[in-house]
Ligand binder design. Structure first.
Ligand code: SF4
Length: 340
C-alpha cells in the first residue's frame, strides 16, 4: 500500500525504501567478536509527493527523517527499494544521466554557514552551481536576479558568508538551490537557529517561492509551527518508518497514532480549538536505537495503550480519507481523543 495511493501527479515516489548502514564502531564490534549490527535509519518507507505539494516530515532526532530526505535526493544510499522522480526510476541512475537530473532536485541545508564556502563572496557562491552543472549562459539568472528572488539587497553580492546574518545565509542557500531551476526541494530544518522574526520571514519566502516558481517541498522539521504554516500533508516518522501521514490539518486536529499525539502534546498549543477536551499525553523515555528496534510495534515500549495485539507489526492503514496510521488502535485513539 502507498500512503497517498498511486497518484499519476506524484513528482516523487518511494517504494519500500530502506537505508541501512554499519556505523563507525563496526571495527570495535568485530574486535569483540560480534557481528556489527546495521543501523536501520530508514526501514521501509512508501511515500508519494504530488507536484506543487508541501509535505512536512516530523519526528524526534533518530527517527530517520533527515536520512529519508537525503536518500530521496540520492545524497544517502538506498540499500533497498525504489525512488521515482516524475515517474522514472532513478534509484540506480549514475554518471551523465544522473548529473542531468540533479538540478531538478535540490537540498536547502540545515546549516547555511557550514554549507557555504567561507572563501567565496556571495556573487561567486550564487554562480558556483552554474560551473558545477555546466549550465548554458542563456539559462542562468544574474546574481542580482537571484538576490531579488530571495528578497536580499544587491549590495550583499560582495560580502563573505561570515558577514551575513543567519537569515541572510539561509536565503543565499535558497538562492543557490533556485539558480538551477529546480522542481523539487528538500528543506532540512529551514528555520533552525533563527529568531522568531527571521524564521517567520523565511517561511513566508518559501511559501511565496512555491507559488511563483511552482515548487514542491519536502520539509524536514521538528517544529510543528512550520507544519501549521506550510504543510499540505504531514508525515510522522518513528524509527525509520512512517507512523502516521495525512492532510496536515486532519493529523494536527485528530491524530490517530499515540506517538503523534505525544509529539503534539509536547509543544504548547496556541489554538484553543485543538487544546479543547484533550488530556496531555506524555512521551516517556528515549527513542530506542535504530540498530536494535523493538519487535512488533516499535513504539510499544513507550506506548501507554499497548496491548497483546501490539506484538504484531501494525500496517500503515487508512483511518480516514488520505489519512493513514500504523497503530492497531488508531480508530479508537482518533475517535476518543484520549482512549480509556
Ligand atoms: Fe501503541 Fe499498540 Fe498502537 Fe503501537 S500499535 S502505537 S503499541 S497502541
Amino acid at each position: 500500500m502507498t500512503n497517498d495511493h498511486d497518484r499519476p501527479d506524484a513528482i516523487v515516489s518511494v517504494r519500500g525504501l530502506r537505508t541501512h548502514y554499519v556505523d563507525r564502531q563496526w571495527w570495535f564490534q568485530r574486535l569483540r567478536g560480534r557481528q556489527p549490527a546495521a543501523v536501520r535509519a530508514v526501514d521501509g518507507v512508501d511515500l508519494d509527493i504530488r507536484r506543487g505539494e508541501v509535505v512536512c516530515l516530523v519526528g524526534e532526532s533518530g527517527s530517520g527523517k533527515t536520512t529519508l530526505g537525503r536518500a530521496i535526493l540520492r545524497l544517502a544510499p538506498a540499500t533497498h527499494g525504489q525512488i521515482f522522480f516524475e515517474g522514472r526510476d532513478i534509484t540506480g541512475l549514475r554518471g551523465a544521466e544522473f548529473r542531468r537530473l540533479r538540478p531538478k532536485m535540490q537540498m536547502i541545508f540545515q546549516d547555511p554557514h557550514g554549507s557555504l564556502s567561507p572563501r567565496l563572496r556571495v556573487s561567486d557562491l550564487l554562480t558556483e552551481p552554474y560551473r558545477i552543472h555546466d549550465v548554458p549562459a542563456d539559462q542562468r539568472y544574474s546574481v542580482a536576479e537571484l538576490l531579488e528572488m530571495v528578497e536580499l539587497s544587491a549590495t550583499l553580492a560582495e560580502k563573505y558568508p561570515h558577514e551575513l546574518s543567519g537569515g541572510q545565509a539561509r536565503r543565499i542557500g535558497i538562492a543557490r538551490a533556485l539558480s538551477l531551476h529546480p522542481d523539487f526541494l528538500v528543506a532540512d530544518e529551514p528555520t533552525a537557529g533563527l529568531d522568531v522574526s527571521a524564521a517567520a520571514k523565511i517561511l513566508s519566502l518559501m511559501r511565496s517561492l512555491r507559488a511563483s516558481h511552482g515548487l514542491t517541498y519536502l520539509v524536514i522539521t521538528h517544529n510543528l509551527r512550520i507544519v501549521d504554516y506550510l504543510a499540505d500533508r504531514l508525515a510522522v516518522m518513528y524509527l525509520g518508518r512512517v507512523a502516521e501521514i495525512g492532510p496536515a490539518e486532519q493529523v494536527l486536529d485528530a491524530p490517530a497514532h499515540p506517538y503523534t499525539r505525544a509529539l503534539l502534546d509536547s509543544v504548547s498549543e496556541p489554538d484553543p480549538h485543538r487544546r479543547q477536551g484533550r488530556r496531555r499525553l506524555l512521551l516517556p523515555g528515549e527513542i530506542p536505537s535504530p540498530k536494535n528496534p523493538p519487535s512488533g510495534c516499535s513504539f510499544h515500549p513507550r506506548c501507554r495503550f499497548a496491548e497483546a495485539v501490539c506484538r504484531e507489526v501494525p500496517p500503515l492503514a487508512e483511518v480516514d480519507s488520505r489519512h493513514l496510521a500504523s497503530c492497531h488502535l488508531s480508530s479508537k485513539i482518533r475517535a476518543a481523543g484520549t482512549p480509556v
